[in-house]
Design a protein around this ligand. Structure first.
Ligand SMILES: NC(=O)c1ccc[n+]([C@@H]2O[C@H](COP(=O)([O-])OP(=O)(O)OC[C@H]3O[C@@H](n4cnc5c(N)ncnc54)[C@H](OP(=O)(O)O)[C@@H]3O)[C@@H](O)[C@H]2O)c1
Length: 227
């Protein structure tokens, strides 16, 4: 049976490449952006019957609207890639980060994946091949955390914690998080050493794990890394 996959923030960057690769491998992919036109444009480029839909992960009504659409029109979800995120405070010490930036970062990077996964959990529980991939960052590693981008780094550490908790909650699924490395995108900038293809590799690998694959882990280049 064809899998249905949702990739949040798949209008551009790493998310677009993940959606493109999953569609090329045979999944029916739901391509999302905060702007409907961007989702439609990306889905058209991806082809393979992919489905554009609006999604703002920082808004619960938007998450609920997408959940209802999937329940009504597709009645199935097998793969969830929580990729959408924002980076607002690069190079700033934590004490000078505006509370509004800290809150917006946690709303998109932590609350977003939590609410999306929670809303879609009933569909994922019904899947015989459920996979959840949380796109994290090396910046979220507690064991080597620096002041690189304080609210972003803290948000990714929290996303890693949520990954462990959902892995024990969604017993039928493989739930993991991944650091894609430093990738040339709007977020990563043009000096980054990795292409989007290289950044997407570990994410697609986790989204296509076999049923006996790992769950509750943090990976980089297909290898487990420290929290
Ligand atoms: N690039 C890197 O070097 C790097 C390194 C480590 C980890 N990561 C992680 O990899 C993931 C993808 O990063 P990227 O570099 O591809 O980022 P990007 O180029 O900035 O793209 C971000 C994507 O997320 C979407 N997005 C942003 N806020 C959203 C929201 N509130 N609701 C829904 N969608 C939203 C954007 O869509 P619209 O603007 O169309 O809505 C866009 O599709 C992120 O989780 C990031 O933290 C990236």
């Amino acid at each position: 049976m064809q899998r249905v996959a949702l990739v949040t923030g798949s209008s551009r960057g790493i998310g677009f490449e993940v959606a493109r690769q999953l569609a090329a491998r045979g999944d029916r992919v739901i391509v999302t952006s905060r702007r409907r036109e961007s989702a439609e444009k990306a889905a058209k480029r991806i082809g393979h019957d992919s489905i554009p839909h609006e999604l703002d992960v920082s808004r619960e009504d938007s998450i609920d609207a997408l959940g209802s659409f999937i329940e009504r029109e597709l009645r199935q979800l097998d793969v969830l890639v929580n990729n959408a995120a924002i980076l607002l405070d690069e190079g700033r010490p934590l004490s000078s980060v505006p509370a509004s930036d800290f809150e917006a970062t946690f709303r998109a990077n932590v609350f977003g994946p939590f609410l999306v996964t929670k809303r879609l959990a009933p569909l994922l529980r019904k899947s015989a091949q459920a996979r959840v991939v949380n796109v994290s960052s090396g910046a979220g590693q507690l064991s080597s955390m620096t002041s690189y981008a304080p609210s972003y780094s803290a948000s990714k550490a929290a996303l890693n914690a949520i990954t462990i908790l959902f892995a024990s909650d969604l017993r039928n699924a493989r739930v993991n998080c991944v650091d894609p490395g430093w990738v040339r995108t709007d977020m990563g900038g043009s000096s980054a050493p990795r292409s989007v293809e290289e950044g997407a590799d570990g994410i697609v690998w986790l989204a296509t794990l076999p049923g006996n694959g790992p769950t509750g882990g943090f990976f980089h280049d297909r290898k487990r890394i420290a929290w």
